[in-house]
Design a protein around this ligand. Sequence first.
Ligand code: DOR
Ligand code: ZN
Ligand code: ZN
Length: 391
Amino acid sequence: ETHDMAGAVLLPGFVDLHTHLREPGREDTETVATGSAAAARGGYTAVFAMANTQPPQDNQTVTDSVWRIGRSVGLCDIHPVGAVTVGLKGEQLTEMGQMASGEARVRVFSDDGMCVYDPLVMRRALEYSAGLGVLIAQHAEEPRLTKGAVAHEGPTAARLGLTGWPRSAEESIVARDAILARDAGARVHICHASTTGTVELLKWAKAQGISITAEVTPHHLLLDDTRLETYDGVYRVNPPLREAHDTLALRDALVSGVIDCVATDHAPHAAQEKCCEFAAARPGMLGLETALPIVAALLVESGEMSWRDLARVMSTRPAEIAGLTDQGRPIEVGEPANLAVVDPDSPWTVVGEELASLSANTPYQGMTFAARVVGTVYRGRMTSRDGEVLA
Ligand code: DOR
Ligand code: ZN
Ligand code: ZN
């Protein structure tokens, strides 16, 4: 039975600045096609595909190839994120200029899964990016503070005997990069902000006039580290789930604009990579198909945000940050539309195996949410309807 759209809310198509598709390299866990299908079901019409593929997206051949596959799948715009350094943990900067002027027109660069750690490399990358007018998105993690760490450093990790990942590992890099961006005259974007302290640093940096933006994931808004008591590997993620006060600070920051937008950090993994004991599981969780219901539950149903605010944090603001020209402004009459249609009151229960993603590692298994995406329109064509992907 098709939804008659009664009571539905019409929003601009969502833009995800942070998705991991696993093509090339791990097509057994996600491909551009299956990730695009997950995006369509989630109300997304543009996703930024992170650089830590195998091989990494560190040259124009790879970025143009991912972009072309996205075009041929045709379910949403797939914007490859370029790697900042050669080989993901290198010191040598990539040819960002070539990737930016290639067919894919790469607008965002990151070494996700690996912080651009060396301050000299980060400084040079920021200077280069400022000249090109592109954005560096930083996975903020001081690796010397996270060696062997699998969980947020705090009472839960201590009780469970898990090696802790301190807040300072994130905050020290956020502070450093704000200052490096200021001095380079560059913009910097902080991926998956996860702590109260990061929120304070973003407030400070923005008050100084530094060009800094930040995203937060649905899982860092909703979940805290008490989930780890089951030792279920599905809850392992980088940065780790923090404490309840962090989730509240992140929600407030998103409402006030200190954090600019929501990004999923959609990270598919094979079942055997997540089923093992907590410390052996791969970090990362699915996000594209569950982002809207979570943000709606936490912020719209609670009365803290309007639907207009939700459209800002899930569509127009991320489009603006990435420099998408066709989505950072209201839709014009006569343009091919990118839209998400949401039923605010159509409860559904998450079942990992039923998701369009090739993987099933959702931390929301069995949870029921009130809001659901009932339709997605991409470039004037319906790409999903009532949870069904329309090829
Ligand atoms: O949890 C994570 N998963 N964090 C990252 O930084 C990388 C990502 C992945 O690629 O699976
Ligand atoms: Zn990351
Ligand atoms: Zn990521």
